[in-house]
Design a protein around this ligand. Structure first.
Ligand code: MTE
Ligand code: MO
Length: 255
C-alpha cells in the first residue's frame, strides 16, 4: 500500500484539495473533520498527494450532483425578502473586471434558440419584454464567500420554454453568454417557478454590470450557475458543462 509522502501535512493537503469544492459543500466537508485516512478508507484509493486527493474530492462532488438532483424539489421555493432587505449597491462579479464586462447592443440583440424545440426563431428584446413578467427579491450566494439580496424582474423560463415548444423531457438547458461564459442546468431547475429570464434589476433595465440585456436568475442555485449576458440557449440531452464547472466546480451547484 502506498503511503502519504513523508513530510506532507495531511490536514493541509485535504484543505488544499477541498478548494475544488464549492461552498457550502466545502465548509460542511472541512467541518466534518475529514482525514486523509477516512478518505482512503471510504474510497479504497491510496491518497499520496494533492492530485490524488483532488481526484477523490471531484468524485465526491460528482456523487453529490446526483444526491442534490434527487433532493431538488420543483415546488419548494427559495426564501423571498422585503424590499428593505435589498443589498445596495449590489456587488458585481465575473472572472474579469467590471470595465471589461460585455457591452451588448440591445437594438441589435437577438436571443438564439436551438436544440430540442419546435420553434427555433430568434427573439428580439421587444419580443422578450412582451412576455408575462414576474418579480422576485431573493438571495444570491457566490462561492467566493459573499451573498447579497437583489430584486429581479423578467419572464419565467418555464413559460418561455412552453412558448418555443421545448421538449421538457430533455435533460438539460445550455446557455451561452456574450463573452463566452457558459452554463448547463438540469431541466427540473429550468422549469422551477422562480427560474427567471431576467430583463430588469430593481425595476430598471438590467444594468451592464448585472448582465444586460438578459441573465438567467435561479435563486435555487449558486451564483456561478446564473449566467449573465445570455445570447443563446439550447435544449439538449448532452451535458455541455460550463465555465466554472469545467474547472471543477460542483455541476449541480445547488444553494
Ligand atoms: N456571463 C457571465 N455570467 C456570470 C459570470 C461571468 O463571469 N460571466 N459570473 C458568475 C458568478 S461567479 C457570479 S457570483 C454572478 C455575479 O452576478 P452579479 O454581477 O449580478 O452580482 O454572475 C455569474 N454569471
Ligand atoms: Mo460567484
Amino acid at each position: 500500500m502506498r503511503k502519504l509522502i513523508p513530510g506532507v501535512d495531511s490536514q493541509l493537503l485535504i484543505k488544499d484539495a477541498a478548494k475544488v469544492m464549492p461552498d457550502p459543500m466545502r465548509r460542511t466537508f472541512l467541518r466534518g473533520a475529514f482525514s486523509l485516512g477516512a478518505l482512503t478508507f471510504l474510497t479504497g484509493c491510496d491518497i499520496i498527494d494533492s492530485d490524488a486527493a483532488e481526484g477523490v474530492l471531484r468524485k465526491i462532488s460528482e456523487f453529490n450532483d446526483g444526491a442534490q438532483a434527487a433532493l431538488f424539489s420543483s415546488t419548494k421555493l427559495a426564501p423571498v425578502y422585503p424590499e428593505s432587505a435589498i443589498t445596495r449597491p449590489f456587488p458585481f462579479n465575473a472572472y474579469y473586471d467590471e470595465d471589461d464586462a460585455p457591452n451588448v447592443d440591445g437594438a441589435a440583440y437577438k436571443l438564439a434558440v436551438g436544440g430540442l424545440v419546435d420553434n427555433k426563431k430568434s427573439w428580439t428584446l421587444d419580443e422578450l419584454y412582451a412576455l408575462p413578467q414576474v418579480s422576485q427579491i431573493t438571495r444570491h450566494v457566490c462561492v467566493e464567500g459573499w451573498s447579497a439580496i437583489g430584486s429581479w424582474q423578467g419572464a419565467q423560463l418555464s413559460e418561455f420554454l412552453k412558448r418555443i415548444g421545448a421538449d421538457t423531457r430533455a435533460k438539460y438547458v445550455w446557455f451561452k453568454c456574450a463573452e463566452g461564459y457558459t452554463n448547463t442546468i438540469d431541466m427540473p431547475t429550468a422549469m422551477h417557478p422562480q427560474t427567471q429570464m431576467t430583463f430588469r434589476f430593481d425595476n430598471k433595465i438590467l444594468p451592464r454590470a448585472y448582465g444586460f440585456p438578459m441573465k438567467i436568475r435561479m435563486p435555487t442555485k449558486l451564483g456561478y450557475k446564473n449566467p449573465k449576458y445570455v445570447v443563446a440557449m439550447e435544449v439538449t440531452n448532452t451535458d455541455r458543462g460550463g465555465y466554472w464547472e469545467d474547472q471543477g466546480y460542483n455541476w449541480f451547484g445547488g444553494q
